[in-house]
Design a protein around this ligand. Structure first.
Ligand code: NBP
Length: 494
C-alpha cells in the first residue's frame, strides 16, 4: 500500500472478508490485476502479507479514492461486504469518485429489492450496476463459485470474462456463470438457490433423523448409507458433506462429532426471503417455508425440552397404540432413499415455480434450464440431477411444473409408495419429518383434480360475502346463508 502509482488494475474489490479474499485470489490466479480495499486497514495488510503475499496481480489501497485511482476505465468495483446498510455506505463513498459509465458490482447476498432500487438510483446518475449472486462459500470463492449475474447488460460485457474465468465449471466443461436478466434478477436467483439449499439440508437432516430414531442405525451405518447414496442419483455436494460429517469423531469426547453438536439451527435470512417471496407471488412452495419453520422450531431448544416433559408423543413402539403395531421393517433404508429423492424433486419443483412466477412478475425472461446449469458446479446445491432439470426445460421450455417432465414424473411416481410409508410411519412414531411430509402433501395437492376449497369458498361467502363460482355454470355467485330452511339459492353477482 502507498506505492501503487504504476499498478493499473482490471477490477477493484471492496471488502476483504472470507469471500472477498478468496475471490481476489481466484481472479489473480486467472491473470487479472486486482486492487483491494477494506474498511479496517489492518485486514488489508494482513491479507497482503498473508494469503496474497508475492502475488504481483494484487495491490492494496488505503482509501476508496486510492482504490478508484488504480482502476482502468470504465472502472469496475466489486463490493463483497455485508448485505444491507454496508452496501449503501460503500456506494455512497464510491459515487463522488466514480465517473459516468463506471460499473459497481455487488457480489454479496443483497435482497433483490435493494438491488432493484440501487440499480435505478445509480443508473439515473450515469453509473452502471450489477447485482451478482455468488455461491460456494469460502472454498467455492477460491476454486470456482457458481456466479449468478443480473443488472445492466452492457456493463456485463465489461466484466463477463473475469467472472466466467473464475467461475466453477460444470462436468460438461461449461462455466457456471451466465447473465440472467436486468436489475435484481441475479440476486433473486441466488436467493432462491439459498431457499432450495434450506430445503435440501432439511430433507437430508430428516432422513438422518429417521435413520437414527426409526431404523436404529449407528452413526457409522448412517455414514456408509450416505456415502453409498452419493454414488447414485442422489449424488450431490450436500450428501457428500453429510457422509464426511458423519465420519468425524470429536477429539474431546471420542464421540461422533454430530452427536456433540447442539440441535439448534441458525439462519441468516435468505431462506426466509424465498418463502416470503413465494407468498408474495402466490407461488405454491410450502416445503420452502417448512424448511425455514423447522429451523425456527429447532432454535426453541429450551422450550422444546420443557414441552418434552409435559406433552406425550405416541408410545415408543412397544405399547398398544398404532405405533406399536408398526413392524420393525415398516420402513427400509431403500424406502428412505426413494422418499428423499422424490421429496427433493418436489421441493425443487417448488423453487423453480417461484423463479417462473418471478420472471413473469418482474419481466426478467429467466431461462430456467440455464439456471439449473449454473448450479451444476461450485455452489452448495450442486448435484448430478440438476442436469436432468436442464434437460427437462430443453425438452419443453414452458413446462408448467418440473414433475410433469417424464423423468421427474417417473422419480416421483416410482418413489411414492416408499415415500408414503416413510411419512406415515414417522407420523405414527411421532418423529417429525416436516419437509418430507410437506413435499408429499404438495404432490398430492398438485395431482388432485378436486380439493376441499369448495368448502372454503362457501365459508368465505358465508362470513364475508366474498362470492364463489359454481361447478355447473359460469359467473360469480352469492348466497344468503342465514336465510331459513335447507334450500339455498345462488344469486349471480356483477
Ligand atoms: P461479511 O458478510 O462478514 O462482511 C465482512 C466485510 O464487510 C468486511 O470486509 C467488513 O469490513 C465489510 N463491512 C461491513 Br461488515 N460494514 C461495512 C461498512 N459499513 N463499510 C465498509 N465495509 C463494511 O463477509 P463475507 O462472509 O465474506 O461475505 C461477504 C458477502 O458475501 C455477504 O453479503 C455475504 O452474505 C455473501 N456471501 C457469503 C458467503 C459465505 O459463505 N460467507 C457465501 C456467499 C455469499 P471490516 O473488516 O472493516 O469489518
Amino acid at each position: 500500500m502507498g506505492t501503487n502509482e504504476a499498478f493499473v488494475a482490471d477490477i477493484g474489490l471492496v471488502g476483504l472478508g472470507v469471500m472477498g479474499q478468496n475471490l481476489v485470489l481466484n481472479m489473480a490466479r486467472n491473470g487479472y490485476k486486482v486492487a483491494v480495499y477494506n474498511r479496517t486497514k489492518s485486514v488489508t495488510r494482513e491479507f497482503l502479507d498473508g494469503p496474497a503475499k508475492g502475488a504481483q496481480e494484487i495491490a492494496g489501497a488505503e482509501t476508496i479514492e486510492e482504490l478508484v485511482s488504480m482502476l482502468k476505465p470504465p472502472r469496475r468495483v466489486m463490493l463483497m461486504v455485508k448485505a444491507g446498510a454496508a452496501v449503501d455506505a460503500v456506494i455512497a463513498q464510491l459515487k463522488p469518485v466514480l465517473s459516468s459509465g463506471d460499473i459497481i458490482i455487488d457480489g454479496g447476498n443483497s435482497f433483490f429489492e435493494d438491488t432493484v432500487r440501487r440499480a435505478r438510483e445509480l443508473e439515473a446518475e450515469g453509473l452502471r450496476y450489477l447485482g451478482v449472486g455468488v455461491s460456494g462459500g469460502e472454498e467455492g470463492a477460491l476454486k470456482g463459485p457458481s456466479i449468478m449475474p443480473g443488472g445492466s447488460e452492457d456493463a456485463w460485457a465489461y466484466v463477463s470474462s473475469v467472472f466466467t474465468d473464475i467461475a466453477a465449471k460444470a462436468p460438461s466443461g461449461e462455466p457456471c456463470c451466465a447473465y440472467l436478466g436486468p436489475d435484481g434478477a441475479g440476486h433473486y436467483v441466488k436467493m432462491v438457490h439459498n431457499g432450495i439449499e434450506y430445503v435440501d439440508m432439511q430433507l437430508i437432516a430428516e432422513t438422518y433423523f429417521v435413520m437414527r430414531e426409526m431404523l436404529g442405525m449407528s452413526v457409522a451405518e448412517m455414514q456408509r448409507a450416505f456415502e453409498e447414496w452419493n454414488r447414485g442419483e442422489l449424488n450431490s455436494y450436500l450428501i457428500e458433506i453429510t457422509a464426511d460429517i458423519l465420519r468425524k469423531i470429536d477429539a474431546d469426547t471420542g464421540k461422533p462429532m454430530v452427536d456433540v453438536i447442539l440441535d439448534r439451527a441458525g439462519q441468516k435470512g435468505t431462506g426466509k426471503w424465498t418463502a416470503q417471496e413465494a407468498l408474495e407471488l402466490g407461488a405454491a412452495a410450502p416445503t420452502m417455508a417448512e424448511a425455514v419453520f423447522a429451523r425456527s422450531l429447532s432454535a426453541m431448544k429450551a422450550e422444546r425440552c420443557g414441552a418434552a416433559a409435559k406433552l406425550p408423543g405416541p408410545d415408543a413402539g412397544d405399547g398398544d397404540g398404532e405405533a406399536g403395531r408398526l413392524g420393525p421393517d415398516a420402513v427400509t433404508l431403500d424406502d428412505l432413499r426413494k422418499a428423499l429423492y422424490a421429496a427433493k424433486v418436489c421441493a425443487y419443483a417448488q423453487g423453480f415455480e417461484v423463479l417462473r412466477l418471478a420472471s413473469e412478475e418482474y419481466g426478467w425472461g429467466l431461462d430456467l434450464g440455464a439456471i439449473a446449469l449454473l448450479w451444476r458446479g461450485g455452489c452448495i446445491i450442486r448435484a448430478q440431477f440438476l442436469e436432468r432439470i436442464t434437460e427437462a426445460y430443453a425438452r419443453q421450455a414452458d413446462l408448467a411444473n418440473l414433475i410433469l417432465d417424464p423423468y421427474f414424473r417417473d422419480v416421483v411416481t416410482g418413489g411414492q409408495e416408499a415415500w408414503r410409508r416413510v411419512v406415515a410411519a414417522a407420523a405414527l412414531r411421532g418423529v417429525p419429518v416436516p419437509a418430507l411430509s410437506s413435499s408429499l402433501a404438495y404432490y398430492d395437492s398438485y395431482h388432485r383434480c378436486e380439493l376441499p376449497a369448495n368448502l372454503i369458498q362457501a365459508q368465505r361467502d358465508y362470513f364475508g360475502a366474498h362470492t364463489y363460482e359454481r361447478v355447473d355454470r359460469p359467473g360469480w355467485f352469492h348466497t344468503e346463508w342465514l336465510a331459513d330452511g335447507a334450500e339455498a339459492r345462488s344469486v349471480p353477482v356483477g
